[in-house]
Structures are given as structure tokens and as C-alpha cells.
Design a protein around this ligand. Structure first.
Ligand code: ADP
Ligand code: MG
Ligand code: MG
Ligand code: MG
Ligand code: MG
Length: 441
């Protein structure tokens, strides 16, 4: 961990003038307050006050003063900013003004779950695969959903603005300490994926936040609009954020079933069983938007059914081919619009619940379930993920463990905000209805 004095010295010697104090609201949107280098020492010692009543889902007006406490481990220069009078950032923890814990801080929720794992000697390792679209902006600079290329999976595009933009994103991320493992064009036109190396869960959650910020900023500098909206184009691939996970103890991967094994360990199976068991309840957090559910349709590598397999990309959970230390479980439902802190806290505790209860994982399903007839689905006992946000919120309320993990504050505020979002969507007359009904009735 960087000490206060080291940080102050670095800021002075490197001509850092502005410091952004970043934090996430309960929906996973990044917010920030800027301070100057002169205020840094006090910020590190005492925190910086902000008005939380203006942040959706945070607080009521009567107790609006809160403190941002910069986490020294998250200090980074923002490499795209001017080199004279540089800009740096911290990700912050949030406390009430009296110094007590603010229960609406999503980072705190993940810390609390992580502490439970640490007490058992476990490290939760996360490798996210974050997909996004690059779109043109219109003459006024507003985002459109017109793609700038016609490429497909892993295509090269010689005159592709997207390829340059993707390369620049990777370079900025590397400057910010990311180890980029792969980046490629995805299935849909204008769709991209950049994978960075797995890490402990808190680092991964912070990196997902940083990743989304960098992608958007670099895209804008290239005259493009980057979006993490899960399904921006009907009848094409949506953007997911597959979560690769494993548990390690004393540096050993506990999901590894041993040399030459093509399987995963018993620990991995119990952990996976826990996630399958809570899959419905987690969905409203891992897939938070009305639009998230437009991704859960057959044919586009997104899951529809709650089942697992060793290779099948149509299911919720897959065991990727690499074994040994790379043994992992891949959850394919989350999308990049989710709050990574809350989603990862729920996944960790669902897995721990599976371990604690010695849950037995159902048999793997090695068929493509996209074409499964309903009666066959029943026969196999395969259930579906909630098919819209309203159903997902119902499932979230039914599973008591969700509230235990998120705490009363976030659970309540999240659900009421999302129910309002659904009600708003549900009351709008959409163009689909006009097309379908206006002349027919
Ligand atoms: P896919 O085959 O699904 O496209 P990728 O190769 O795009 O997968 O991404 C794999 C991700 O899994 C990377 O982020 C990688 O760092 C991560 N990963 C590798 N080993 C582990 C592990 N033991 N635990 C968690 N994540 C891992
Ligand atoms: Mg991938
Ligand atoms: Mg890959
Ligand atoms: Mg992908
Ligand atoms: Mg994947």
C-alpha cells in the first residue's frame, strides 16, 4: 500500500495539479469531485465532504453530508490529460460525516463479502470480459446506434476507426496498470471486447469501473461513442460481461481438480451450485436495465436457461477448456451495465453459500438449449432466467440472501428505483406497438 508521504511526494515531483475523487453510486455509475494538490494531504487524513442527497439512491436530505476517503491503493495518473499540471485520481470509500460506515457505499458491500472469504482463507479471483459497441455520433455530437464498421468476430478492418480506437484504449489501460490479455472485434458490427488479466475481486471491480471510464473517454477523443448498453441493436449480438471466477488459497487454485484432470474440483462444483441456486435472485443486479433482458434471447451466445456445461455457450455457466491454475467457472449472464461491486459481492457469497451447505451441482447439460421444446425443458428440469426486469425484481425479493448481502439500505433503494424504471417503461407507448397495432385494429 502506498503511504501518504509517498503519494504526496509523487504528486509534488510529477507536477500533478488536480486530483479526482471517484466513487460509485448504488447503480454503479461513477461520480467524482475534483480537488487540487494543495488539498490532498487533508483529504487523505480527514476525507472530503460532499452532498450525498444529490446522488440517486444514496441518502435523504436530512443527513446529506458525507465523506469521501481516498483509497491510496487506487491512485493513478489519468494519462490522457495534459502532461503539464497532470490529473490523477483515487477511488474512494464513503463514510457518514461522523465517521461511521455509510451502508449505501457499494464498495463497502464488496469489502464486507471479501472479508468473509478472507476469514476462511480464500481469495476470490475475477477475470471479466467486457464487451461494448463503438458508434458514430451525429452532426450535433449526440450518440447514435449506427456502427462505423461491418466487421465480425476477430476480423481485421484495415480502414477501421474502431481498431485504432481499441488500440488506444489498450495503451491507456496499460499506462494505468492493466495487463491486457486480448482484445478483438466481437461478433456484431461495431462490437469489441478487451480482456484484462484476472485479479482479486476488489481490484477487478475497481478496474471494471476504470475500464468503462477509459473506453468512453478514448472513444470520444476518436469522435466515436462507446456504449455498454446491453442490447443496442435488435436481432444482433448484445454486450455481455462474462465473469470468470476461481477461489484460491495460499496461492493455489482450489477449482483445479489436479494434474491431467479435464474436470473441476469438488470445491468448484459446490461453489457453482451456490451460484446456480441464487441465479434468479442475482439477475436484477447483474442485469439491471429494462434493456438487459432483450439480450436474453436465443441465438446470440447469451444465456436463457439456468444450467451449466463444459463447453456450451448457450448456457448460464460454462467451464472453459483451460485447466490447472487457469481452471475457472465462467458466468455468462452479467452485462456491463451492472454495478460490479454489488454483482461480485453477490456471486462470491452465493458461491460461499454453496460451499457452506455442500450443495450438489445438477448434471451438466451438453446440448444447445436454444431450441429446447418446453416439455423437454420440463423433463430435464431446466429453469429459465427471469425474462424481464419486473420478474427479476420479484425473484430478488424472494431470495432472502440477496438482502443479507446488499444490506437493507441498498436493497430497498435499489428495488424502489428499479420498480420505478419498470413502471416508466411499461407506461410508454413504444414504436413496436404503433407498428403492430395502429393499422391492424
Ligand atoms: P473466453 O474464452 O470466454 O472468450 P477470455 O479468454 O476472453 O475467455 O477471458 C478469460 C478471462 O479469464 C481473462 O480475464 C483471464 O484473465 C481470466 N482467468 C484466467 N484464469 C483465471 C482464474 N484462475 N480465475 C479467474 N479468472 C481467470
Ligand atoms: Mg472472451
Ligand atoms: Mg477469448
Ligand atoms: Mg465475447
Ligand atoms: Mg467468455
Amino acid at each position: 500500500m502506498a503511504s501518504k508521504n509517498d503519494l504526496l511526494k509523487f504528486v509534488e515531483q510529477n507536477d500533478v495539479k488536480f486530483i479526482r475523487l471517484q466513487f460509485a453510486d448504488i447503480f454503479g455509475n461513477m461520480k467524482n469531485i475534483a480537488i487540487t494538490d494543495q488539498q490532498l494531504e487533508r483529504a487523505l487524513e480527514e476525507g472530503v465532504m460532499f452532498d450525498a442527497s444529490a446522488i440517486a439512491g444514496f441518502s435523504e436530505v436530512e443527513q446529506s453530508d458525507m465523506l469521501l476517503l481516498p483509497d491510496p491503493d487506487t491512485f493513478q495518473l489519468m494519462p490522457w490529460r495534459p502532461q503539464h499540471g497532470k490529473v490523477a485520481r483515487f477511488i474512494c470509500d464513503i463514510k457518514n460525516y461522523d465517521g461511521s460506515q455509510f451502508p449505501g457505499d457499494p464498495r463497502y458491500i464488496l469489502k464486507r463479502s471479501e472479508a468473509k472469504a478472507k476469514q476462511l482463507g480464500y481469495t476470490f479471483n475475477i477475470g471479466p470480459e467486457c464487451e461494448f459497441f463503438l458508434f458514430h455520433t451525429d452532426a450535433e455530437g449526440r450518440p447514435t446506434n449506427k456502427t462505423h464498421d461491418a466487421a465480425g468476430y476477430c476480423d481485421l478492418a484495415p480502414s477501421d476507426l474502431g481498431e485504432n480506437c481499441r488500440r488506444e484504449i489498450c495503451m491507456v489501460l496499460e499506462d494505468m496498470g492493466f495487463e491486457i490479455e486480448a482484445s478483438h472485434h466481437e461478433n456484431a458490427a461495431g462490437q469489441h471486447e478487451i480482456d484484462f488479466k484476472y485479479s482479486d475481486v476488489m481490484t477487478a471491480a475497481d478496474r471494471i469501473m476504470t475500464f468503462k471510464m477509459v473506453v468512453k473517454i478514448v472513444a470520444q477523443r476518436n469522435g466515436l461513442h462507446a456504449t455498454f448498453m446491453p442490447k443496442p441493436i435488435y436481432n444482433s449480438y448484445g454486450s455481455g460481461m462474462h465473469i470468470n471466477m476461481s477461489l484460491s488459497q495460499n496461492g493455489k487454485n482450489l477449482f483445479n481438480a489436479g494434474e491431467n484432470s479435464m474436470d473441476i474440483s469438488e470445491v468448484a462444483k459446490m461453489f457453482g451450485a451456490g451460484i446456480l441456486q441464487h441465479a434468479k435472485g442475482i439477475t436484477a443486479v447483474a442485469n439491471p436495465l429494462v434493456n438487459s433482458y432483450k439480450r436474453f434471447v436465443p441465438g446470440f451466445e447469451a444465456p436463457v436457461h439456468i444450467a451449466w456445461s463444459h463447453m456450451n455457450r448457450s448456457l448460464l455457466m460454462r467451464i472453459p477448456a483451460p485447466k490447472g491454475e487457469a481452471t475457472r467457472i465462467e458466468l455468462r449472464s452479467p452485462d456491463p451495465s451492472c454495478n460490479p461491486y454489488l454483482t461480485l459481492a453477490l456471486l462470491l457469497e452465493a458461491g460461499l453459500d454453496g460451499l457452506q451447505k455442500n450443495l450438489v451441482i445438477p448434471a451438466p447439460v451438453d446440448i444447445n438449449t436454444y431450441n429446447l421444446a418446453p416439455d423437454r425443458e420440463k423433463e430435464l428440469g431446466i429453469q429459465r432466467l427471469p425474462s424481464n426486469l419486473l420478474f427479476a425484481l420479484e425473484e430478488m425479493k424472494k431470495d432472502p440472501y440477496i438482502k443479507d448481502v446488499l444490506g437493507e439500505h441498498i436493497f430497498t433503494k435499489y428495488i424502489s428505483a428499479k420498480e420505478a424504471e419498470w413502471a416508466s417503461y411499461n407506461s410508454i407507448v413504444h414504436s413496436w406497438e404503433i407498428d403492430r397495432y395502429l393499422s391492424a385494429y
